[in-house]
Structure formats: structure tokens, C-alpha cells
Ligand binder design. Structure first.
Ligand code: MGD
Ligand code: MGD
Ligand code: SF4
Ligand code: MO
Length: 764
């Protein structure tokens, strides 16, 4: 009896396949069961207990992931746009030949710098970025961007100056947890978010502090909720720093040991009128003082900011004030505080400079982490400037929908000499393309992300393909290898040499690779495609696209030998890299690649002096200017503040297009305080016309006392087209029909999507 149960369990377990969720940066480990008529549906989903970061956790969104994998939105054939704007299907050989030829023409006529790359990965797939790099380098394309340049670049710039590295918070162990403009209950962004939030909330010794204008699900758990007036966080955080400085709560000894610049910083806060700033921010002064004192008294504090402030007024300054609060209270480099994780491959190259250009060619905007600010992309195209972007390759991104000012973005994309889109679906951006190249989905190829920020144990998960692609589709790895081939740049002899060496063993392979690369710098440029062609099909089934990681690990092992060694990849870094590669391709779930001690964060401080730098003089004028700046005020024509793009239970950027995926709030309501609704003359479920300086839309209203009066909120990820037998159907409002590209931060160019001036009228 026991035996038969055992067998049954083993058989049942064999049906569960290991993969991960692709809907947010947590990439929780999943186990899924395939079924349906052709065995191609993801019919059951559960959290994977074996995943070292998510440990069985998964939120409600993952359970209906089949809506991503299957449906009429999936593209099956390459498309070419005709002169009349309609599309025709073409065969793959024609598609690859023409795309390579047309990019080559643009490069020869205007230089590779006129070819702009956007995307490279979403929430679950970062391997396209690595393989897309091959095409970029072969074309001489040096300008690029991604969604990070409309959210995180201000924080990157600040972090590079203060720490020389990107820091994260250890919320699992913190005494105080601080979230600024972030609602992890729905947006996650930290491992097992709801478990971690509840644990802080339940423990009387710990304290959760949330800064958000809405009474979010996270704020509801908080010990202290600072319900800031939208767009005024700069005053609120400056007031908190005023309290820390004026009440002498700054950790001077700790700073003397680890950092410089305190004397340059203190005068800017010594005289701040705390009461006045709290009044501007609409928060009770005593509560602000209590929060600041609690932070200063804590043995450890973990902090995080997100879109509520990063897509808002003064965003780079707010990122700076946030980091100052963390550093002046000594919340860095110890258990429960902020840390700098080990990286396998950086998502963006930190601050300014590196190998990337410093300024964009037309508007001369600051390039941070190698990324052009998303909000200036239209200005870099819609001009007769000789250095304008003339061609664009978009991969795994949907800029016509996701970037500010969709109207202007469409105009810009339509003005390009060449637009090529690589996607699984016919997106809003694809509609404007000259060529649309479909690829295998994230469950039909090996995939991974470089969202590896955990500490002290850091993880990497290479997911195996669950399904073979249909319709002759293939991955980005294969696509870019074919493009390289069409450009005449994938040397067959090098492929053959590496392939033979791999079959001899790791050491001969490594020797062959470095011998090739040493004699020819072009080999490094095309390394991912070369590796994919040479060894992709020699790796275990379903892992071919992992081939390019071999080079990534070789580089990472040189950078973090001690962290890798503690994770069991010790010895000569080259051998350690090979051992890591082997572990990752043979493991069912994620692999721990780095183990750190808390002190390691100090060693990773990458500033010139290797010490924390507290002063960022470029921001002092803006900071001091708060004293005389008129706070954002309701305008008679546009009396509401609209937050355009709130994360809800069933939103996931534009990854899932089928509206049926959404179990709740299918239409994507505008959330509004009941008192405001009464003034406008609308009831719950009624429809209003929402108008901004950019556009106008009709949307249903959801009454919510979570909203403060004067503040309204629209979900992100709606307004997507979905094919139906009657033609394309669009559900909900696309938020960027209502936003403007000129509303942006002066340092990083990040948009003010969370503070859009709006007018609301009831519809008949
Ligand atoms: N469910 C779901 N989860 C997601 C995603 C998704 O699409 N859906 N997307 C993922 C991605 S790409 C990202 S970047 C993250 C983003 O994650 P979050 O930044 O947490 O998400 P948002 O809901 O956009 O914004 C967070 C909060 O900012 C608040 N806010 C608005 N205005 C202000 C303000 O003036 N000041 C302050 N302090 N707060 C303000 C809003 O009320 C909201 O609660 O989520 C990730 N997770
Ligand atoms: N107004 C407003 N605008 C916002 C936001 C907001 O809060 N308010 N949030 C912003 C944020 S934080 C983000 S991160 C962006 C996200 O916006 P984008 O960076 O544009 O990314 P996604 O919407 O995630 O689009 C991912 C694309 O990848 C495609 N895809 C899925 N799987 C694959 C694959 O395997 N291969 C390829 N090649 N493609 C694939 C999907 O079909 C989709 O078109 O939106 C931003 N836009
Ligand atoms: S959407 Fe939910 S299940 Fe998916 S990765 Fe994020 S937290 Fe995990
Ligand atoms: Mo994002």
C-alpha cells in the first residue's frame, strides 16, 4: 500500500515541471503541469518549494500564466509592412535577409550610431539582451534604452555617486522597514513579499513605515503610514532629514568610519522648517518626528523606493534624500539593513560614462547606465538633426504603449526609416514596424533574468524550455545568430573549432575560446551568438539558449571569487566559472551562486575613495530651492492629481494581453475618493471623462476610501489590443495616452506619471 502511494506520488511529481513566473522581477520558482488537448496548456501551477529565494511562494497572478503562453495573440510568421500599412507574411529567409540588409543600409548611410536599440528583456527574460548585443555591436549601434530609463536611472545616478553600486534592503531581517512610493503587497519586488510584510507587521519589536498618498494594502499593515500629498515627497523627506539633523540623531561615529561629506550635507538640513515642510506634504508633524526618531533608534533599517517617487516630481532629489536617510542612520552593510549584492551581469552600467556615450546626440540628455532617457526618445527622432536616430530595433518591449506620451511616441516611431520589432505578440509597437519578427515564448526556450539581488545568498535560475516552439518559431539566440550570419559575421571555422573543443572537455574549450578571442576582438563582440551556435545543441535538451551564459560566468567569477567560493565554486576562477555553469545547466531550480558576509557591502563600495560619499553638490540648489518653491497646486482647469499606472492584483505591464486573465477589475477602473465622486456626480461603476493636458479617455470609476481627496489612480497595463473573431478589441485605458514626455525630471529625464494634472467630468 505504502509502496503504491509512493509510486503514485513519484509519478505525479514527475508530471510537475520546474520553471518560474515571468510577471514581476521576483521570478518566483514555479512547478507546472502541462495538459489540454495538445498537451501544450499550462493547466496547473504551484510555487516551487525547492527554489531557494521564493521557497514555494507565488501570488495569484502566476496561476493563470497560460494566458501568456497560449491564445490568438501569439504571432506565428514574420510580417512585412506593405506601402498601404497592411502586413504580409513572409518566409524566414526573406525576413532575415531583408532585415539585415536594411539595417546595413542605414549603417552605411548614417553610421551605426543612428541605429537605436530598445528593450532586451521584460520581467522574466533577459537573455535577448545578451544575444541582441551581438546584432547591435555588428551594426555599430551604441545608443540604447529600456524601461529602466523611465524608473530607476535617477536612483542609479544617485547610488553611483554615493556608493558606486546599487543597494537593496534586507526586509527579511530588518527592525524597521521603510517603503517610499512602493506597494509591495501588489507589486512585490522583494522575495515572498506578503509573508515578509506580515512578519514585520506582527512583531511588536519591528516597525513598518510606508510613505504613500493612498492607504495601500501595504500601508494598512504599517505601524506608521505617512499619507503624503501626491508629488510632495521631497518636502516630506527633507523634513525627516531636518528632524534627524536638528534633533542630533545622525550616526556621526559610523559615518566618520565609513563616509565623507557630512559637513557639506548638514547645513542644508540644519535650518529646514520642519513644520512648514510637513504642512506642504500634508502629514502631521508629530508623526513625521516619530518616524524619524524610530528610524534613528533602530538597530537595523531596510529601505526601498519605487515608482510612486521615481515617476514623480523631484524624483532624483527624492532618491538622494532617501539614500541620505538610510546612510545618516547607519542603515547599511549589516544584517537587516541595506546591502550591495553580488552581480552576475549588471542590468545597466551604474552611473554615467563607462563605455557608453555620455549624452544623447540631439537633446544632449544625460545617459545613465548606458540608457537614453525614455522621455526624450521622440525628440531624438522627430528632428532634422543629422545625428538623429533613424532606425530602431525593439526587442521584448512595447514603447508605443509603455513610454510617456503615446501620441508623440507613435509619431516618432512612424517617422523612422526602419523599425524592426521582435516579440511574441502583435503589440502596439509592432503595428508601426516595417518588420515584425516573432519568437518562441519564454516557456518555449531557456530563459533567465539578471534580477539577482538577494543577500547574503544570491541566486540564479536558468529555466529549461517546457515546450518545443510550434510554427517553425525559434528563440532570440537563434534569431540574432541568423542575423549575424546574414551580415557575414559568424565565422564558421570558429564555430567548428569551439564545437570540437567542447566535446574534448572544459579546459580545451576554454583554451580554444580565449585563443580565438585574444587574436580577434570581434570574437568577444559576437561571443553569445558564437557560443550558442557552437554548443547550444550540445547542452541538455531545452537549455540551448543558456550557452551564452558561459562567457557571463567567466567574467563574473573574476569579479566575485570570494562570494562564489563561499557558495561552493572555489579554486581558480576559470574553473569556478565552469563549475557554476555546470551546476546551473544541471539544476532543476535556482542555484545559489554567491554567499556573502554582511561586511562584503563595504568592499563593494565603488566610489573612487572606496568610502560612502554623502554630498551630491549637483542637487543642493534643488534641495535648497524647496524653501521657496510653490508646492504642486491644484489648477482650476485640472483640479485632480492622476497617478497613471498603479500596480494591482491583475496587472503585469503588457506581458499578458488577454483581458480574461484578469480575475478582478477587468475594465481597469479609475479609483477615486467617495467625496470627490459625489462632487463630480458619479457613483461606483459610473463612467467619467478623464482629461489631461495630453489626452482624454472615458473610464469606469471605483469608489475607494483608500484614495485621499483630490487624488485619482488608473491601473497600468491596460488599453491593450487583443484579437477576437470580430476584430481587435481594446480593454481599458492606456495610461500613456494621458501623459506628456516634457513632464520629466531634470537630472534623469524620468517621467512624472504619478502626478498628472487631470480634470474629471461625469459621463451621461
Ligand atoms: N501586480 C503587478 N506587480 C508588478 C507590476 C505589474 O504590472 N503588476 N510591475 C512590476 C514593475 S515593472 C515595477 S517597476 C514595480 C512597481 O511597483 P510599485 O512602484 O510598488 O507600483 P505602483 O503601483 O506603480 O506605485 C507604487 C505606489 O506609489 C504610490 N504613489 C503615487 N503617487 C505618489 C506620491 O506622490 N508619493 C508617494 N510616496 N507615493 C505615490 C501609489 O499610490 C502606489 O501605491 O511593480 C512590479 N510588480
Ligand atoms: N504611465 C505609466 N507608464 C508606465 C508605467 C507606469 O506606471 N505608468 N510603468 C512603466 C514600467 S515600470 C515598466 S517596467 C514599463 C514596462 O513596459 P515595457 O518595457 O514596454 O515592457 P512590457 O510591457 O513588459 O513589454 C514586454 C513585451 O515583451 C513581449 N514578450 C513577452 N515574452 C517575450 C519573449 O519571450 N521574447 C520577446 N522578444 N518578447 C516577449 C511582450 O509581448 C511585450 O510586448 O512600463 C512603463 N510604463
Ligand atoms: S507576479 Fe507573483 S508569482 Fe509572479 S514573480 Fe511576481 S510575486 Fe512571484
Ligand atoms: Mo518597471
Amino acid at each position: 500500500m505504502a509502496e503504491s502511494i509512493g509510486q503514485k506520488t513519484a509519478a505525479a511529481d514527475a508530471d510537475w515541471k520546474s520553471t518560474a513566473c515571468i510577471l514581476c522581477e521576483c521570478n518566483c520558482g514555479l512547478e507546472v503541469e502541462l495538459g489540454g488537448a495538445a498537451g501544450r496548456n499550462i493547466v496547473r501551477v504551484r510555487g516551487d518549494d525547492a527554489h531557494p529565494a521564493s521557497q514555494g511562494y507565488a501570488c495569484e497572478k502566476a496561476h493563470r500564466i497560460d494566458f501568456y503562453q497560449n491564445g490568438p495573440h501569439r504571432l506565428t510568421k514574420p510580417l512585412r509592412r506593405r506601402a498601404d500599412g497592411t502586413f504580409e507574411e513572409i518566409d524566414w529567409d526573406t525576413a532575415i535577409r531583408e532585415v539585415a540588409e536594411r539595417f546595413r543600409q542605414v549603417r552605411d548611410a548614417h553610421g551605426g550610431e543612428s541605429i537605436f536599440y530598445y528593450g532586451g528583456g521584460g520581467q522574466g527574460n533577459h537573455l535577448p539582451g545578451a544575444y541582441g548585443g551581438v546584432t547591435r555591436k555588428l551594426l555599430g549601434s551604441i545608443h540604447r534604452s529600456s524601461a529602466l530609463a523611465q524608473e530607476k536611472t535617477g536612483e542609479f545616478w544617485v547610488a553611483a555617486k554615493m556608493l558606486g553600486g546599487y543597494s537593496r534592503g534586507d526586509f527579511e531581517h530588518c527592525e524597521v522597514g521603510l517603503f517610499i512610493g512602493k506597494n509591495p503587497w501588489f507589486s512585490h519586488g522583494i522575495a515572498r513579499a506578503r509573508v515578509t510584510l506580515r512578519a514585520i507587521a506582527r512583531d511588536p519589536e519591528r516597525c513598518l513605515i510606508v510613505i504613500d498618498p493612498r492607504r495601500t494594502e501595504t500601508a494598512e499593515l504599517a505601524d506608521i503610514h505617512l499619507q503624503v500629498r501626491p508629488g510632495t515627497d521631497a518636502w516630506l523627506l527633507a523634513a525627516m532629514l531636518g528632524v534627524l539633523v536638528q534633533e542630533n540623531l545622525v550616526k556621526r561615529d559610523w559615518i566618520a568610519e565609513h563616509g565623507d561629506g557630512l559637513d557639506d550635507v548638514l547645513p542644508h538640513f540644519a535650518e529646514i522648517p520642519v513644520a512648514k515642510y510637513c504642512a506642504i506634504a500634508g502629514v502631521d508633524e508629530e508623526l513625521v518626528r516619530r518616524a524619524a526618531r524610530r528610524m534613528a533608534a533602530a538597530k537595523s533599517m531596510a529601505t526601498a523606493e519605487d515608482l510612486g517617487v521615481q515617476m514623480n516630481r523631484h524624483s532624483t532629489l527624492v532618491s538622494y534624500l532617501h539614500k541620505l536617510i538610510a546612510l545618516l542612520t547607519g542603515s547599511f552593510g549589516k544584517k537587516g539593513a541595506n546591502y550591495i549584492p553580488a552581480t552576475l551581469a549588471p542590468l545597466a552600467a551604474g552611473g554615467e560614462g563607462g563605455g557608453a556615450p555620455k549624452l544623447s546626440p540631439v537633446t544632449k540628455s544625460r545617459i545613465i547606465g548606458g540608457l537614453t532617457p525614455c522621455n526624450v526618445i521622440p525628440d531624438e527622432i522627430l528632428t532634422d538633426h543629422p545625428k538623429r536616430y533613424r532606425a530602431m530595433l525593439v526587442e521584448s518591449g512595447n514603447p508605443a504603449h509603455s513610454l510617456a506620451d503615446s501620441v508623440r511616441m507613435r509619431e516618432a516611431l512612424a517617422a523612422l526609416d526602419l523599425l524592426v520589432v521582435i516579440d511574441v505578440a502583435f503589440t502596439e509597437t509592432a503595428k508601426l514596424a516595417h518588420y515584425v519578427l516573432p519568437v518562441a515564448s519564454q516557456y518555449e526556450k531557456a530563459e533567465a533574468t539578471f534580477f539577482n539581488f538577494e543577500f547574503p545568498h544570491n541566486y540564479f535560475h536558468l529555466r529549461k524550455a517546457l515546450l518545443k516552439p510550434e510554427h517553425g518559431l525559434f528563440s532570440e539566440a537563434e534569431l540574432h545568430a541568423r542575423i549575424a550570419d546574414a551580415l557575414g559575421e559568424l565565422p564558421a571555422d570558429a564555430v567548428a573549432q569551439l564545437r570540437a573543443a567542447w566535446q574534448e572537455g572544459r579546459k580545451p574549450f576554454r583554451d580554444a575560446f580565449f585563443a580565438l578571442a585574444g587574436g580577434n576582438p570581434k570574437i568577444l563582440a559576437i561571443a553569445p551568438a558564437l557560443l550558442y551556435r557552437a554548443i547550444g545543441d550540445l547542452l541538455p535538451e531545452g537549455l540551448a539558449e543558456g550557452a551564452g551564459l558561459w562567457a557571463v560566468f567567466q567574467i563574473a567569477a573574476q569579479k566575485n571569487p570570494a562570494s562564489l567560493a563561499r557558495a561552493g565554486f572555489a579554486g581558480d576562477p576559470f574553473d569556478a566559472a565552469d563549475a557554476l555553469f555546470d551546476a546551473i545547466i544541471s539544476s532543476k531550480s535556482a542555484v545559489v551562486f554567491a554567499v556573502d558576509d554582511w561586511e562584503e557591502s563595504f568592499k563593494r563600495i565603488g566610489t573612487k575613495s572606496r568610502r560612502i560619499q554623502l554630498a551630491i553638490p549637483e542637487l543642493f540648489d534643488e534641495l535648497d530651492g524647496l524653501a521657496s518653491e510653490a508646492p504642486p497646486q491644484a489648477d482650476a482647469d485640472f483640479p485632480f492629481v492622476l497617478s497613471a499606472g498603479e500596480r494591482r492584483s491583475f496587472t503585469a505591464n503588457t506581458i499578458i494581453r488577454n483581458p480574461e486573465w484578469r480575475k478582478k477589475d477587468a475594465a481597469g477602473s479609475l479609483r477615486m475618493n467617495p467625496a470627490d465622486a459625489q462632487k463630480v456626480g458619479v457613483g461606483d461603476g459610473g463612467r467619467v471623462r478623464l482629461t489631461t493636458r495630453r489626452g482624454s479617455a472615458v473610464v469606469p470609476v471605483e469608489l475607494s476610501d483608500r484614495m485621499q481627496p483630490g487624488h485619482v489612480s488608473l491601473p497600468n497595463g491596460l488599453g491593450l489590443g487583443f484579437p477576437t473573431p470580430e476584430g481587435e478589441h481594446v480593454t481599458g485605458v492606456a495610461p500613456n495616452e494621458l501623459t506628456r514626455s516634457e513632464d520629466r525630471d531634470w537630472v534623469a529625464g524620468t517621467p512624472w506619471h504619478k502626478s498628472v494634472a487631470a480634470r474629471i467630468e461625469a459621463c451621461a
